[in-house]
Design a protein around this ligand. Sequence first.
Ligand code: ASP
Ligand code: MG
Length: 437
Amino acid sequence: MKFGGTSVGKPERMHHIASLVTKETEPVIVVLSALSGTTNSLIEIGGLISKGDRQAAKAAIGKLEAHYLDFIAHLVTKPEAIDRAKAIVAEHFEFLNIILKISFSEALSKDILAQGELLSTKLFSVYLEEQGINHMLLPALEFMTIDSYDEPQIGSIKVKLSQILQQHKDTPLFVTQGYICKNARGEVDNLKRGGSDYSASLIAAAINASVCEIWTDIDGMHNNDPRIVKKTIPVEQMSFDEAAELAYFGAKILHPASIWPAQTYNIPVRLLNTMQPLAKGTLITEKAGSVGVKAVAAKDNIIAIRIKSSRMLLAYGFLRKIFEVFEKFRTPIDMITTSEVAVSLTIDNAVYLKEILKELEPFGTIEVDENQAIISVVGNEISQTEAMVKKLFGSIMNIPVRMVSYGGSPHNISLLVPAEYKGQILQQLNKGMFGLD
Ligand code: ASP
Ligand code: MG
């Protein structure tokens, strides 16, 4: 059971999740994020330290510490528990204050980021202890590891976790940190922003869990972006493939990488709402549940690149040469469409854009459109859905579509549009494809 930042962000929420996890009849591993806002603050603190602005960093550390002192004041009531919680807060903030005095490094910044999940899990443990709830803290840094390409080492995670669990067969409840891990150099590292979902899925896969529950503050994956479109509905069931497309193409509820471990080891994933524990949420399994369009999602900050060349005509090996440029700069391509004399593709990582464009130049005429959005329509066997294409394009006739990608998978149609049309197109698709106004 994984709980996100807002699910642990207030003392009363933490009390609430304690009641949720103790209702379980099976043994549980609880994976916690940092309290909401903490990782952002830690990033800010790291940034200030790296710039040498120690004064501002110290102030930010002080502010965050005050937040935690206020948090524990409402979390626990018994004197011993208060002392324990205060000691934990003191220990972690002392660490941050010591960092202020030593020279900054990349590794140190990861240590700073790890404090959030260490704090949330330890404080939750103090509360459970105060309540007399039998449990054990499971230090993620003892089993969660990534290799030199930042890929989780599922094999070794499995071995290490099962060793630890073997030694504690009678423990009904474990609490561990999401997000944090050790890297190939043995340093503290993390699974990138939002990575607690990934931790949960890796752990579920490693222990062959009966289910991986991701608890957030919304009742599952919705058919459209609830931040943009007023009326959205939760999707009851979808396949891993559909969930992967949606998570990758913008549904913020789930970290995109968190699908593959569950999918590979066939562990059902359930997206549930902490505020409405009885709501059905979304079940993600091998089976899609039903045929047809399930949801749309949008991904921002997309750059489209068009390479036009008469040399592409009847040539082979042309695409390989283009792809090699992106490979060289470790830049993933999201969407791709081709004609006989041109190819258009999109990227969302502009770090090496200049270098990429320079190397593409010899291939032909290059056009770049920045500030685009990918709108992804996701479902099961959507090509077999009656009048789907007609409905889709019929509802967005007034929108200038720059690219269309269809047929790459049976689960997805992607459209590229200028970002300023994102809200409008999501709204119109909500009406045209789901009949929701
Ligand atoms: N605390 C981390 C973050 O904010 C990881 C997570 O919440 O999933 O990105
Ligand atoms: Mg998250």
